[in-house]
Write a new protein. Sequence first.
Length: 453
Amino acid sequence: MTPRTPRASLPPPGPTDPSGTSGTSDPPASRTGAPLRRLMEGLPLQLAAVVAIAAFLLAGGLGLLTVTASGDQRLELNRALLAEQLESAAYTYARVMVVTETQVAIDDPRLPAGLRRETAHRQELFTQLVEGDRGPVLWAVTYVGGHSLSIRSDYRRERAADERFARTVLWLATGSATVVSLAGLLLARPMSARLRRVARTARRIADGHLDARIGPVPGAREITELAASVDKMAATLQDRLRIEQRFAADVTHELRTPAAGLLAAAEILPESHETDLVRGRVEALCELVEDLLEVSRLGAGVDSVTLEPHRLAEPLHRVVLSTGLPCTVVVDDDSTVLTDPRRLARIVANLLANAHRHGAPPVVLGLDRGTITVRDHGPGYPPDLLAEGPRPFRTGTAGRGRGSGLGLTIAEGHARLIRAELAFDGAPGGGARAVLRLPLDAEPPPPPSARRP
């Protein structure tokens, strides 16, 4: 062991991805756009948008039909009035060859050429709306005795009335769509709140809080059934976990007595190479049984701790000496922290043992303002451990050696008890790094972490 103090601070451990590289914070624009993106992805706004689009399409379609029908009806009415006037004038002109109606013109030069050609030498009466240079004009024309009789009616006022009606219908459609979308938004908010409640509880259950429950959820039957199903699932998982934990604890406890007997019997065997092998295996078995008992206690959550203010430089040196493992201790800032020295020693010892067993020298133990880092220069942690955390009897890749996989699990359990945060990542330049963040004496300890099943 080579203590050295002080030295330039180690790079602060930041968020990491599964590859072990340090993460960087999101840019301000990303953080600013996140709430808006979550709002746009929310169920109430999406439902309101769908309702608004449907309402606008429906109101717009009905409005278009209404405007079209109203315009056609107005045009047909004007056609009928002009036709009636022209028929009366044509009847009088056919009898006395005199036009008595002031609106009726004989061989009007303004009559469109196309309409003139269509009605020439035919006894039928035609009406046609023609777009002129100065606006729409409605014509009624017929031929009597080789002469054309026509009535010309300015249709600009009627066209303006149609356009005003269309604008009114458009505003009504927009207003109705807005009102309906707001109503849909108000109706969707309670449903969205209930779904978010279900999602929050489901996330807590996934994080290990198997005692979390949604409870009664009023509203739609589907949401009520979903909440009841999630609660039932959580209760079932919790019961099965308790049964498995109890079974594991009972089996481990029953193994403790015969293992102790084997250890005592091995001590009285005559000295030989075979005896040393037997004693080594029996000691490993006893150590495994003790580790299993410790994992069972930590998983059951029956232990309690009292956090007290301590400085860590001297305790860490003692832990390194007690393990007998070569390690470089680097103390940058020995701030006072709130912790339990016995459990902290167990965590650090397990991290050092893991670094030597599965990593490669040199192993460096760092301390900086309540943050303890243990780094080796081996192949690094396996991807599944970085993604999911340590699990019993899972040792990862063959590159990190053999073991029971209980050391890091026990360290993580003790870290939760002392309100510390234990994270695993890849060290810059290669190797594995474990980071233990302890609450400083000046700040309150964080709430207990979720208990892993």
